[in-house]
Design a protein around this ligand. Sequence first.
Ligand SMILES: *Cc1c(COP(=O)(O)O)cnc(C)c1O
Length: 444
Amino acid sequence: MSEPLQYRSTRGARHAAGIEEVIAAGLAPDGGLYVPEALPQLDAADFSAGGSLADTAATLLAPFFRGSSLAHELPAICSEALNFDVPLRPLSYQPDASVLELFHGPSAAFKDVGARFLAACFRRLRRDDDAPLTIVVATSGDTGAAVAAAFHRQPGVRVVILYPDGRVSPRQAHQLGCFGDNVQALRVSGSFDDCQRMAKAALNDAPLQQRVPLSSANSISLGRLLPQMSYYAHASLAWWREHRAPLNFIVPTGNLGNALACVWVREMGLPVGEIHLACNANATLSDYFDGSPYSPRPAIATLANAMDVGAPSNFERLRWTFPHDHELRLQLHAASVDDDAIRDTIVHHAREHGEVFCPHTATAVHLLDGMGVTGLPWAVVSTAHPAKFDSVVEPLIGRKLDVPPALAAMLERPAYAEPMAVSEVALKDWLDQRLGVERAAVAS
Ligand SMILES: *Cc1c(COP(=O)(O)O)cnc(C)c1O
């Protein structure tokens, strides 16, 4: 039996942690991001043909959980979390191109995969006498809803969502505020980067952590990143069995959590070919991959709002994976797609092919359209259902979209979000006061 896999921070190799600690903490103690000591290596032959997504996930993730208290629970965690379809659907009008649809979970975006996996792990890690855990999550729209849906009414857990007021779609805002119970939404008068900075500041505040045990569920949490590898492994292995060729991916990218999962699957030895990052007008990554020095910057608002990120957190993990710029630039391509191109792509595909894409997916479709004949099989990653972004998509295509049932149920509930200033101190005070009120209520 081999040793458990150890995890270390991207910012310092001193502190080694096991997977339980990594999942419970979210962020490493030094403010860095947890990474495995080395990426495990697997082979296509390690996976059983005809298995479900949950089966693929259990095989893929086993080395990451080896020797931990969660190891024997992993198959159950995977089947609990990954209980919806992630189909690779061929595009009828484009030979050798498919859409990997990641939006068939409860909140209609791919974030359900990571959030549900994290919730399934937390359920098993928690002991009855543990103090309540508060999950602080900054969201550009979709993470918050997925985390809220995954943890809603879970005993011993509270969820505090920070989102940029006015920069998420009306339906996203409704979804974030509709849960209640153990879920609270804060609408911050700033950008997603502001929300992320505030969340990180709270998580890094040791005295606050003493009073209010906090954890993160952002894409900085490895407990979200790891399960996202499952659908890349599942789709590329299915393709490999049928065609004996690697599958190539175009991934709509903001904070780099989804795309990094794809990169790691390839690094583990599975048959993933080229990986292209589709960014919106926030061009931090496309500029870097075009040869400019890496320069994070303030986010600008676009139609693909869940990708409005100017300082992608997971770049730190990408740098850990490929420490040298010249080596890293060989691994990926990235291109920036502006709002006009997003609109044109949505209109064109609806009119010509009857295919309706969300604005995020449209960035990737736009890159596919521009590639011409490559002779390679491409999978465009579809990150959200277009009905989540009805206020953008419906006026463009001139008709109403059907709403998936889980989303429709959320939209029927009333919604409320509390206003919050862009201030790390204001958030910390809010968390302290909330806990104070709850303590007083428990004591009386
Ligand atoms: C979060 C999100 C993205 C960006 O994913 P990252 O992991 O942050 O790169 C793209 N599309 C949608 C719909 C999202 O919710």
